[in-house]
Design a protein around this ligand. Structure first.
Ligand code: ADP
Length: 248
């Protein structure tokens, strides 16, 4: 790997190992490069290591070996710089019930070092982009499920990260809402050239949104490629067939 390649990749994970306790090998020699601007889907069953990887990218979990960089910033040795490059929309809806929608966004901006005025302006911009302006002063319990999901994505974007991680953004969401979220995410990617790392159990979601997809099983990346390449390689009709075959 050249330094130039590492600097320009949105994500560079190399030979990453993680063992919890003595026995649980969560990641094994895991390597993955995501080019800047790519919409990448990471697909694998529960327990395959996706959350561990996301925890490492966001600086919450330490690798035993290997390294990870985000736009050239090492997540361990340059943790503050790396953290600024990454926004994570978590799987579970954790929102402070005492804060309004606008405050959720504004406080997140303040946490990332924005001046009050700038954080407020950025909050308003995102409320508008995610059609939440009418709910700016509402508390999370007054938001619909779809609005709460949108707010989590908006919150992840407050500090303008170049890599957005969407961890099962539509888990348990009905098809209509899922399609609605897809259109927000798609326009975000197209209009702002944000690199996206998506994890999902919905194969049609990955097929719909992702340019490239990786399959992870037992902590190893077992294959990756453009959706059409994977479908062709495994001889199935769609991504679900390819995934099922790869995981066999
Ligand atoms: P996924 O997100 O794909 O479901 P995880 O990264 O959560 O996978 O888990 C990978 C493996 O690591 C699983 O066997 C899981 O039980 C284990 N694991 C995850 N987090 C911890 C933890 N904090 N302590 C111990 N084992 C863990």
């Amino acid at each position: 790997m050249s330094e130039l390649e590492r600097q320009s990749a949105a994500l560079w994970a190399q030979d990453v190992e993680k063992v919890y306790g003595d026995a649980t090998h969560a990641l094994r020699g895991f390597s993955l490069q995501i080019p800047a601007g790519c919409f990448f889907g990471l697909l694998g069953p529960n327990g395959s290591g996706k959350s561990t990887l996301i925890g490492m990218i966001s600086g919450l979990v330490r690798a035993r070996a290997g390294f990870i960089s985000v736009f050239g910033c090492d997540v361990v040795n340059q943790a503050p710089q790396a953290r600024l490059q990454v926004g994570v929309a978590p799987q579970d809806v954790h929102l402070d019930r005492f804060l309004t929608t606008r405050e959720v966004l504004e406080y997140h901006g303040r946490y990332f070092g924005m001046a009050r005025l700038e954080a407020g302006r950025r909050a308003d911009e995102l409320l508008d982009a995610f059609d939440l302006t009418a709910k700016a002063n509402a508390k999370p319990n007054r938001l619909s499920g779809g609005m709460r999901r949108r707010l989590l994505i908006a919150r992840a974007l407050v500090h303008r990260p170049r890599l957005l991680i969407l961890d099962e953004p539509t888990a348990g969401v009905d098809l209509r809402l899922r399609r609605e979220l897809w259109s927000y995410v798609r326009s975000l990617h197209q209009e702002h050239d944000t690199t996206v790392l998506l994890t999902t159990h919905y194969l049609e979601e990955a097929e719909e949104l992702c340019e490239r997809v990786g399959f992870i099983r037992d902590g190893e990346l077992i294959d990756q490629g453009a959706v059409c390449e994977l479908v062709e390689r495994y001889g199935g009709g769609d991504l679900e067939d390819a995934y099922t075959e790869a995981m066999r």
